[in-house]
Ligand binder design. Structure first.
Ligand code: SAH
Length: 295
Protein backbone atom coordinates (compact mmCIF):
# COMPACT_ATOMS: atom_id res chain seq x y z
CA UNK A 1 0.00 0.00 0.00
CA UNK A 2 1.42 3.36 -0.90
CA UNK A 3 0.71 6.53 1.03
CA UNK A 4 0.93 9.79 -0.87
CA UNK A 5 2.94 12.49 0.86
CA UNK A 6 0.54 15.28 1.77
CA UNK A 7 1.33 18.86 0.88
CA UNK A 8 0.36 21.76 3.06
CA UNK A 9 -1.78 23.73 2.89
CA UNK A 10 -4.02 20.71 2.59
CA UNK A 11 -6.91 20.61 0.23
CA UNK A 12 -10.06 19.73 2.10
CA UNK A 13 -10.08 16.36 0.37
CA UNK A 14 -6.84 15.64 2.14
CA UNK A 15 -8.30 15.99 5.58
CA UNK A 16 -11.78 14.54 5.19
CA UNK A 17 -11.47 10.96 6.16
CA UNK A 18 -12.24 8.95 3.06
CA UNK A 19 -8.60 7.92 2.87
CA UNK A 20 -7.90 7.73 6.58
CA UNK A 21 -7.64 3.96 6.38
CA UNK A 22 -4.80 4.26 3.91
CA UNK A 23 -2.46 5.14 6.74
CA UNK A 24 -1.11 1.90 8.17
CA UNK A 25 -1.89 1.77 11.88
CA UNK A 26 1.71 1.25 13.00
CA UNK A 27 3.26 3.91 10.77
CA UNK A 28 5.08 6.53 12.81
CA UNK A 29 6.04 9.80 11.21
CA UNK A 30 9.49 11.13 11.78
CA UNK A 31 10.31 14.77 12.42
CA UNK A 32 11.57 14.85 8.85
CA UNK A 33 8.22 13.64 7.54
CA UNK A 34 6.39 16.33 9.46
CA UNK A 35 8.76 19.04 8.27
CA UNK A 36 8.56 17.80 4.67
CA UNK A 37 4.80 18.10 4.91
CA UNK A 38 5.02 21.78 5.64
CA UNK A 39 4.16 24.40 3.05
CA UNK A 40 7.05 26.63 2.11
CA UNK A 41 5.67 30.03 1.37
CA UNK A 42 7.83 33.03 0.79
CA UNK A 43 5.78 35.31 3.03
CA UNK A 44 2.89 35.27 5.45
CA UNK A 45 0.36 36.93 3.17
CA UNK A 46 1.05 34.48 0.40
CA UNK A 47 0.36 31.71 2.86
CA UNK A 48 -2.86 33.41 3.88
CA UNK A 49 -4.05 33.74 0.31
CA UNK A 50 -3.01 30.21 -0.54
CA UNK A 51 -4.81 28.61 2.36
CA UNK A 52 -7.94 27.83 0.50
CA UNK A 53 -9.78 24.55 0.89
CA UNK A 54 -11.35 23.92 -2.50
CA UNK A 55 -14.13 21.40 -2.46
CA UNK A 56 -15.15 18.68 -0.13
CA UNK A 57 -15.97 16.56 -3.14
CA UNK A 58 -12.51 16.81 -4.68
CA UNK A 59 -11.39 13.31 -5.47
CA UNK A 60 -7.60 13.61 -5.24
CA UNK A 61 -6.49 10.54 -3.35
CA UNK A 62 -4.45 11.82 -0.49
CA UNK A 63 -3.96 11.17 3.18
CA UNK A 64 -3.69 13.67 5.97
CA UNK A 65 -0.76 11.63 7.16
CA UNK A 66 0.20 10.96 10.71
CA UNK A 67 1.59 13.76 12.81
CA UNK A 68 4.53 12.76 14.92
CA UNK A 69 3.83 12.54 18.62
CA UNK A 70 7.51 12.35 19.38
CA UNK A 71 8.63 15.45 17.56
CA UNK A 72 10.97 17.61 19.61
CA UNK A 73 9.97 21.23 19.79
CA UNK A 74 12.50 23.55 18.26
CA UNK A 75 13.89 26.07 20.73
CA UNK A 76 12.13 28.92 18.94
CA UNK A 77 8.76 27.17 19.26
CA UNK A 78 7.02 30.00 21.04
CA UNK A 79 7.96 32.77 18.68
CA UNK A 80 6.89 33.56 15.15
CA UNK A 81 9.39 35.57 13.18
CA UNK A 82 6.91 37.18 10.83
CA UNK A 83 9.33 37.48 7.94
CA UNK A 84 9.27 33.79 7.15
CA UNK A 85 6.18 31.69 6.46
CA UNK A 86 8.37 28.62 6.63
CA UNK A 87 9.43 29.38 10.19
CA UNK A 88 5.85 29.92 11.33
CA UNK A 89 4.94 26.61 9.66
CA UNK A 90 7.60 24.86 11.71
CA UNK A 91 6.53 26.58 14.89
CA UNK A 92 2.96 25.53 14.14
CA UNK A 93 4.09 21.94 13.62
CA UNK A 94 5.75 22.05 17.02
CA UNK A 95 2.49 23.30 18.54
CA UNK A 96 0.59 20.47 16.88
CA UNK A 97 3.13 17.98 18.19
CA UNK A 98 2.54 19.28 21.71
CA UNK A 99 -1.23 18.96 21.24
CA UNK A 100 -0.68 15.37 20.09
CA UNK A 101 1.51 14.72 23.12
CA UNK A 102 -1.34 15.90 25.32
CA UNK A 103 -3.45 13.08 23.90
CA UNK A 104 -5.22 14.23 20.74
CA UNK A 105 -4.90 11.31 18.34
CA UNK A 106 -7.23 12.16 15.44
CA UNK A 107 -4.95 12.67 12.45
CA UNK A 108 -7.61 14.58 10.55
CA UNK A 109 -7.95 17.08 13.39
CA UNK A 110 -4.19 17.41 13.88
CA UNK A 111 -3.70 18.03 10.17
CA UNK A 112 -6.40 20.71 10.23
CA UNK A 113 -4.72 22.37 13.21
CA UNK A 114 -1.45 22.33 11.34
CA UNK A 115 -2.99 23.90 8.26
CA UNK A 116 -4.59 26.93 9.94
CA UNK A 117 -2.34 29.98 10.45
CA UNK A 118 -3.42 30.90 14.00
CA UNK A 119 -1.26 34.02 14.09
CA UNK A 120 -3.49 35.59 11.44
CA UNK A 121 -6.48 35.48 13.83
CA UNK A 122 -4.97 37.53 16.63
CA UNK A 123 -3.67 41.03 17.07
CA UNK A 124 -0.25 41.43 15.47
CA UNK A 125 1.11 42.55 18.83
CA UNK A 126 0.46 39.03 20.14
CA UNK A 127 1.84 37.16 17.10
CA UNK A 128 4.87 35.97 19.02
CA UNK A 129 2.51 34.01 21.29
CA UNK A 130 0.29 32.58 18.54
CA UNK A 131 1.73 29.07 18.73
CA UNK A 132 1.93 28.75 22.48
CA UNK A 133 -0.77 26.30 23.49
CA UNK A 134 -2.80 28.90 25.34
CA UNK A 135 -5.88 31.08 25.01
CA UNK A 136 -5.21 34.74 24.16
CA UNK A 137 -7.28 37.94 24.29
CA UNK A 138 -9.18 38.97 21.15
CA UNK A 139 -10.94 42.05 22.54
CA UNK A 140 -14.45 42.53 24.02
CA UNK A 141 -13.26 40.53 27.08
CA UNK A 142 -13.18 37.33 24.99
CA UNK A 143 -10.40 34.93 24.04
CA UNK A 144 -9.24 32.75 21.18
CA UNK A 145 -9.44 29.20 22.52
CA UNK A 146 -6.38 27.16 23.44
CA UNK A 147 -5.34 24.96 20.45
CA UNK A 148 -5.36 21.80 22.59
CA UNK A 149 -8.98 22.34 23.64
CA UNK A 150 -10.03 23.21 20.07
CA UNK A 151 -8.47 19.97 18.83
CA UNK A 152 -9.78 17.88 21.72
CA UNK A 153 -13.36 19.08 21.36
CA UNK A 154 -13.39 18.59 17.60
CA UNK A 155 -11.88 15.12 18.01
CA UNK A 156 -14.62 14.16 20.47
CA UNK A 157 -17.36 15.66 18.33
CA UNK A 158 -16.03 13.99 15.17
CA UNK A 159 -15.48 10.58 16.74
CA UNK A 160 -13.92 9.32 13.52
CA UNK A 161 -16.95 10.26 11.43
CA UNK A 162 -17.17 12.30 8.26
CA UNK A 163 -19.10 15.37 9.36
CA UNK A 164 -21.59 17.01 7.08
CA UNK A 165 -23.13 20.00 8.90
CA UNK A 166 -21.54 21.44 12.03
CA UNK A 167 -22.67 24.33 14.22
CA UNK A 168 -20.29 26.39 16.35
CA UNK A 169 -21.59 28.67 19.09
CA UNK A 170 -19.15 31.53 19.73
CA UNK A 171 -17.25 32.43 16.56
CA UNK A 172 -14.94 34.84 18.36
CA UNK A 173 -12.11 35.64 15.94
CA UNK A 174 -13.03 32.74 13.61
CA UNK A 175 -10.06 30.46 14.37
CA UNK A 176 -12.00 27.37 15.40
CA UNK A 177 -14.41 27.86 12.48
CA UNK A 178 -11.39 27.71 10.15
CA UNK A 179 -10.20 24.48 11.77
CA UNK A 180 -13.72 23.06 11.55
CA UNK A 181 -13.91 23.96 7.87
CA UNK A 182 -11.25 21.32 7.25
CA UNK A 183 -13.06 18.52 9.05
CA UNK A 184 -16.70 19.17 8.06
CA UNK A 185 -18.44 19.81 4.78
CA UNK A 186 -20.37 22.84 6.05
CA UNK A 187 -19.67 25.00 9.08
CA UNK A 188 -22.20 27.42 10.59
CA UNK A 189 -20.94 29.67 13.35
CA UNK A 190 -22.85 32.14 15.51
CA UNK A 191 -21.43 35.11 17.44
CA UNK A 192 -23.43 37.41 19.74
CA UNK A 193 -20.95 40.33 19.83
CA UNK A 194 -21.18 42.41 16.65
CA UNK A 195 -17.56 43.56 16.84
CA UNK A 196 -16.30 39.98 17.01
CA UNK A 197 -18.63 38.83 14.24
CA UNK A 198 -17.06 41.57 12.09
CA UNK A 199 -13.54 40.61 13.23
CA UNK A 200 -14.14 36.98 12.22
CA UNK A 201 -15.47 38.08 8.84
CA UNK A 202 -12.37 40.20 8.29
CA UNK A 203 -10.04 37.41 9.39
CA UNK A 204 -11.69 34.75 7.25
CA UNK A 205 -12.41 36.79 4.12
CA UNK A 206 -8.85 36.71 2.71
CA UNK A 207 -8.74 32.97 3.25
CA UNK A 208 -11.72 32.48 0.98
CA UNK A 209 -13.06 29.47 2.79
CA UNK A 210 -16.15 28.48 0.88
CA UNK A 211 -17.80 26.26 3.46
CA UNK A 212 -18.14 28.61 6.47
CA UNK A 213 -21.31 30.62 7.14
CA UNK A 214 -21.06 33.24 9.88
CA UNK A 215 -24.19 34.43 11.70
CA UNK A 216 -24.61 37.34 14.07
CA UNK A 217 -27.10 36.30 16.73
CA UNK A 218 -27.76 34.50 19.99
CA UNK A 219 -26.27 31.04 19.66
CA UNK A 220 -28.32 29.59 22.50
CA UNK A 221 -31.19 29.54 19.99
CA UNK A 222 -29.18 27.65 17.39
CA UNK A 223 -30.11 27.86 13.72
CA UNK A 224 -33.46 26.15 13.23
CA UNK A 225 -33.49 26.97 9.53
CA UNK A 226 -30.32 24.89 8.96
CA UNK A 227 -30.75 22.11 11.57
CA UNK A 228 -30.22 19.24 12.11
CA UNK A 229 -26.46 19.22 12.67
CA UNK A 230 -24.12 16.21 12.84
CA UNK A 231 -22.06 18.08 15.36
CA UNK A 232 -22.51 21.10 17.63
CA UNK A 233 -19.62 22.70 19.49
CA UNK A 234 -19.90 25.44 22.10
CA UNK A 235 -16.96 27.76 22.69
CA UNK A 236 -18.53 29.35 25.77
CA UNK A 237 -19.74 27.81 29.03
CA UNK A 238 -23.35 27.90 30.21
CA UNK A 239 -24.78 26.41 33.37
CA UNK A 240 -26.52 23.86 31.12
CA UNK A 241 -26.66 23.07 27.42
CA UNK A 242 -29.50 25.07 25.83
CA UNK A 243 -32.53 22.94 24.97
CA UNK A 244 -32.78 24.40 21.45
CA UNK A 245 -29.34 23.01 20.65
CA UNK A 246 -30.23 19.53 21.86
CA UNK A 247 -33.22 19.58 19.54
CA UNK A 248 -31.12 20.73 16.59
CA UNK A 249 -28.73 17.79 16.92
CA UNK A 250 -29.26 15.06 14.30
CA UNK A 251 -29.98 11.55 15.56
CA UNK A 252 -26.52 10.00 15.86
CA UNK A 253 -25.00 13.47 16.23
CA UNK A 254 -22.67 14.69 18.98
CA UNK A 255 -22.64 17.95 20.89
CA UNK A 256 -19.66 19.03 22.97
CA UNK A 257 -19.86 21.91 25.40
CA UNK A 258 -18.13 23.38 28.42
CA UNK A 259 -20.61 23.47 31.29
CA UNK A 260 -20.41 25.21 34.66
CA UNK A 261 -19.41 28.58 36.06
CA UNK A 262 -16.22 28.48 38.17
CA UNK A 263 -15.64 24.73 37.93
CA UNK A 264 -16.31 23.81 34.35
CA UNK A 265 -16.26 20.43 32.65
CA UNK A 266 -16.59 19.33 29.07
CA UNK A 267 -19.91 17.64 28.52
CA UNK A 268 -20.55 15.30 25.60
CA UNK A 269 -24.15 14.77 24.53
CA UNK A 270 -25.13 12.19 21.94
CA UNK A 271 -28.58 12.00 20.40
CA UNK A 272 -29.55 8.36 20.52
CA UNK A 273 -33.01 8.67 18.95
CA UNK A 274 -35.66 11.30 18.24
CA UNK A 275 -36.49 11.59 21.93
CA UNK A 276 -33.39 10.22 23.65
CA UNK A 277 -30.03 11.82 24.47
CA UNK A 278 -27.09 10.44 26.45
CA UNK A 279 -24.65 12.59 28.36
CA UNK A 280 -21.17 12.09 29.73
CA UNK A 281 -18.75 14.33 31.58
CA UNK A 282 -15.16 14.55 30.38
CA UNK A 283 -12.21 16.66 31.51
CA UNK A 284 -12.06 19.99 33.36
CA UNK A 285 -11.83 23.13 31.24
CA UNK A 286 -12.02 26.91 31.41
CA UNK A 287 -14.11 28.98 29.01
CA UNK A 288 -15.66 32.44 28.82
CA UNK A 289 -19.36 32.47 29.78
CA UNK A 290 -22.20 31.71 27.40
CA UNK A 291 -24.56 34.69 27.49
CA UNK A 292 -27.97 35.29 25.92
CA UNK A 293 -28.97 38.09 23.64
CA UNK A 294 -26.83 40.12 21.26
CA UNK A 295 -24.62 43.16 21.76
N1 SAH B 1 -14.38 30.02 18.75
C1 SAH B 1 -13.44 30.99 19.24
C2 SAH B 1 -13.56 31.17 20.72
C3 SAH B 1 -14.27 32.43 21.03
S1 SAH B 1 -14.51 32.73 22.75
C4 SAH B 1 -12.04 30.61 18.79
O1 SAH B 1 -11.90 30.24 17.67
O2 SAH B 1 -11.09 30.71 19.52
C5 SAH B 1 -16.23 32.40 22.91
C6 SAH B 1 -17.15 33.29 22.14
O3 SAH B 1 -18.47 32.92 22.46
C7 SAH B 1 -17.05 34.78 22.46
O4 SAH B 1 -16.74 35.47 21.32
C8 SAH B 1 -18.45 35.13 22.97
O5 SAH B 1 -18.88 36.41 22.59
C9 SAH B 1 -19.28 34.05 22.31
N2 SAH B 1 -20.59 33.81 22.91
C10 SAH B 1 -20.94 33.75 24.21
N3 SAH B 1 -22.27 33.52 24.32
C11 SAH B 1 -22.76 33.41 23.05
C12 SAH B 1 -24.04 33.20 22.50
N4 SAH B 1 -25.13 33.04 23.25
N5 SAH B 1 -24.17 33.16 21.15
C13 SAH B 1 -23.09 33.33 20.35
N6 SAH B 1 -21.86 33.56 20.82
C14 SAH B 1 -21.69 33.60 22.15
Amino acid sequence: MSVKEPRFPLSLSAVVDQKENMVPKNRMATTQTAIKNAAHFSDERKAQAAWRPKSVHASTPSSAGPVSQKMNSPSHASTVPSSSGMVSDRVRQAMVARVAQKGVLDKIVLAALEAVPRHLFIDSGLSSQAYIDASLPIGHHQTISQPYIVARMIEIMRNGRTLNKVLEIGTGCGYQAAVLSLVAQEVFSIERIKGLHELAKNNLRPMRIANIRLHYGDGTLGLTQVAPFDGIILAAAGIAVPQALLEQLAVGGRLIAPVGSKNQVLQLIERISVDEWSSSVLEHCHFVPLRSGIV
